[in-house]
Unconditional design. Structure first.
Length: 216
C-alpha cells in the first residue's frame, strides 16, 4: 500500500480520523478525506487515486444509484464501511462497483487484509473484463471474415478456401490486416454500385474489378 493514493469519502468527516489513521497505519502514505456532499467526480478526476474508501453509516439504494452514475466512467477499487445490513442496499453497492462491503468493523488490524482482498478482487474483475472484451473482439473479427467469404462465394462463385486465400493474399500484398480487407469486401459487395445493375466483383492481380454478370 506504500504507493497507494487513497480517497476517503465520509458522511461524517469530523469523525473520519479513525479510519484514516487505520489506512495510514496499514501502509498508505497518502489518504485524502472529503465529504459525501462534495464533488466526487471532480476530485477523482483531479488526482490519480488507486483506492476509494466510503464511510457511510446508513447508505440507501438511491445513494448507490447516484454513486454508480458518478463513478461509472472511472475504474477504481471501492471499499465501503457501513452499518447498513439491508441486502438490497448491499446489492446496489455491488452494482455501483463496490468490491468489499464491510459492516460494523473498522478495526485497524483488519484494514490491511480488507484492502488487500479488495485490490485482488478488483484486479481479477478487471482481468476478466479484459479477457471478455478480447473474446468479443475476436468473435466479431471472425464473423466479419465469414461474412466476407460468404459474399465472395455468392458473388464471385468462389469456393470457401478460394475466398479466404484471396483475402489473405491481398492483405499480405498490401501490408494490411485481414479484417480490413474483409471489411472492404463487405462494404464493396454490399454497395449498390457493385451489385446493382447485374454487376459483381471479379478478382485480378491488381485487386477487384466490377464485371458484368455471366462473364468469366
Amino acid at each position: 500500500m506504500a504507493d497507494l493514493k487513497v480517497l476517503l469519502v465520509s458522511d461524517d468527516v469530523d469523525n473520519a480520523g479513525t479510519l484514516k489513521s487505520g489506512l495510514s497505519q496499514s501502509g498508505a502514505n497518502y489518504v485524502d478525506v472529503m465529504s459525501v456532499s462534495e464533488d466526487l467526480l471532480s476530485k477523482l478526476s483531479s488526482d490519480d487515486y488507486g483506492l476509494l474508501v466510503l464511510e457511510c453509516k446508513f447508505p440507501t439504494e438511491r445513494f448507490f444509484e447516484a454513486f454508480a452514475d458518478i463513478c461509472g466512467a472511472i475504474e477504481i477499487p471501492i471499499i465501503c464501511f457501513s452499518n447498513e445490513r439491508d441486502s438490497r442496499v448491499i446489492a446496489k453497492s455491488v452494482e455501483a462497483g463496490v468490491v468489499s462491503y464491510i459492516v460494523d468493523d473498522k478495526s485497524i488490524s483488519r484494514i490491511q487484509p480488507i484492502v488487500d482482498v479488495a485490490l485482488a478482487r478488483f484486479n481479477e474483475r478487471k482481468s476478466l473484463k479484459k479477457e471478455l472484451a478480447q473474446l468479443k473482439d475476436k468473435l466479431a473479427k471472425r464473423a466479419l471474415i465469414e461474412k466476407a467469404k460468404g459474399l465472395l462465394i455468392e458473388a464471385k462463385k468462389m469456393t470457401e478456401d478460394d475466398a479466404y486465400h484471396y483475402m489473405r493474399k491481398k492483405a499480405m500484398n498490401q501490408g494490411r490486416r485481414l479484417t480490413d480487407v474483409a471489411q472492404e469486401v463487405c462494404d464493396g459487395l454490399a454497395a449498390s454500385d457493385y451489385v446493382a445493375g447485374g454487376h459483381f466483383m471479379a478478382s485480378g492481380d491488381d485487386g477487384m474489378r466490377p464485371v458484368a454478370m455471366g462473364q468469366d
